[in-house]
Design a protein around this ligand. Structure first.
Ligand SMILES: [Zn+2]
Length: 417
């Protein structure tokens, strides 16, 4: 999730008053739902890494109904039973199109990603023409983060800031704004009483916003940073193990002989709640309206859109550059699907910032109060994986619509089901 702070300090102050008074009650009412979904599309949503992984390992038997060659592979990451797993279903006759779905590069976002892979396997796959179209699905690019319900990986690295094309020429001091607001974003103290902690966080936020401007806080976060190893949105110093695995796979798939490749990277957090946004790569040349018309989907951000931003080390950017450098003849479309959770207003941005900073502080310095720990964990998870039925149902519907729209525009499927 990326924090999006565009307005003035006065809005922040109004928001602060509103937040302290009313919002906690609203948010608690959505984060305390705990029943297990039982029917329909809700079955696609599971609650832990192991269940998701074991389910993924069963998909080849389902996909073999359509594709003759279906392989499951596993690349271990670290020492525990953690791995980047992927399935490759090769086009039966002619390598015209390859659809690649990647999930969980931000570990905790892998749960929604997993639900979408389950939906594709059980419901969407028959719409693909297995004779000329291959399918690749990657489960949990960041398995440690998914298992431990963090966005970041086992080294506190944000993997979607870690896909640097060439570290030798990359300037790790590129984020000039982060050091200016580091005091807001980091602390070496454990989290104590939540009420006291939140009041002090908000005081610091208002202070920093008044001193540096909202834009500085925004820039400090959006770009990713490469200096503070225990900070938020740390992009690492070299390829992380998961990044190295995926970079190799991108090379392999780009060079595997398909004429056209569609790559969709699944994320949660950014954008309006109950809506999935197609967040284009910086290489997209269509305007927002053109893209919405092309994909027959109402929520597309392109570089021409207001609010579009470019981050360093993004994997869709990486695969595009790789294609230009080494596989210029492949027709590649790589994009991000973002399922909005908290919303896209100023309030949501402050909540997002607070939850991100608090969770990071708790992870590095601990927490002195058990109740506070639970609240922080629940608030963090609901920012990436809401439990609400309406949210989950809408997520599947939007995904189906957007995927159909993109594949139809690219002449990979004929029409809507
Ligand atoms: Zn993400």
């Amino acid at each position: 999730m990326l924090t999006y702070l565009k307005r003035g300090v006065w809005i922040l102050l109004i928001a602060l008053v509103f937040w302290l008074g009313i919002l906690p009650h609203l948010l608690l009412s959505t984060s305390s739902l705990a029943e297990v979904p039982e029917k329909g599309v809700l079955q696609h949503f599971v609650e832990d890494y192991q269940t998701s992984k074991e389910r993924f390992e069963l998909y080849p038997s389902i996909l073999k109904e359509y594709w003759d060659s279906v392989q499951l592979e596993s690349k271990p990451i670290g020492q525990q039973d953690l791995a980047v797993e992927f399935i490759e279903a090769k086009a039966n006759k002619k390598k015209e199109n390859l659809l690649i779905l990647t999930s969980g590069i931000h570990g905790i976002e892998g749960f929604t990603g997993s639900a979408m892979l389950d939906y594709v396997t059980n419901s969407f796959a028959p719409q693909l023409n297995a004779d000329n179209t291959g399918l690749v699905m990657v489960h949990a690019v960041n398995p440690w983060g998914m298992k431990h319900e963090r966005r970041f990986n086992e080294h506190n690295v944000d993997l979607n800031r870690n896909f640097i094309y060439d570290w030798d020429t990359f300037d790790t001091s590129i984020n000039k704004e982060y050091p200016k607001v580091e005091g807001l974003l980091e602390s070496n103290q454990p989290v104590g009483n939540l009420g006291v902690y939140e009041a002090s966080f908000l005081g610091s936020l208002v202070n920093n916003a008044a001193r540096e401007g909202i834009g500085t806080i925004e820039d400090a976060l959006l770009t990713g940073q490469y200096t503070n190893e225990e900070g938020v949105y740390f992009g690492g110093k070299a390829d992380e193990p998961s990044t190295a695995v995926l970079k190799q796979l991108y090379k392999k798939w780009l060079g595997s002989g398909y004429e056209q490749i569609i790559h969709i990277d699944l994320h949660t957090g950014y954008g309006p709640r109950y809506e999935m946004s197609i967040f284009s790569s910086p290489q997209e040349t269509m305007t927002e309206l053109e893209a919405e018309e092309a994909f027959q989907y109402s929520n597309v951000l392109t570089p021409a859109s207001e609010g579009f931003y470019v981050t360093k080390g993004d994997n869709t950017d990486y695969i595009n550059v790789l294609k230009e450098e080494a596989y210029p003849n492949v027709d590649l479309y790589s994009t991000t699907f973002e399922f909005g959770t908290l919303g896209d207003g100023t309030m949501a941005s402050i909540q997002s910032l607070k939850r991100t900073v608090t969770e990071n502080r708790m992870f590095h310095n601990g927490v002195t109060n058990v109740t506070a720990k639970e609240t922080i964990e629940n608030q963090y998870k609901s920012m990436f994986y809401p439990h609400e039925e309406k949210w989950r149902t809408t997520a599947i519907q939007d995904f189906q619509k957007a995927l159909t729209g993109v594949l139809h525009f690219k002449d990979i499927i004929d029409s809507e089901e």
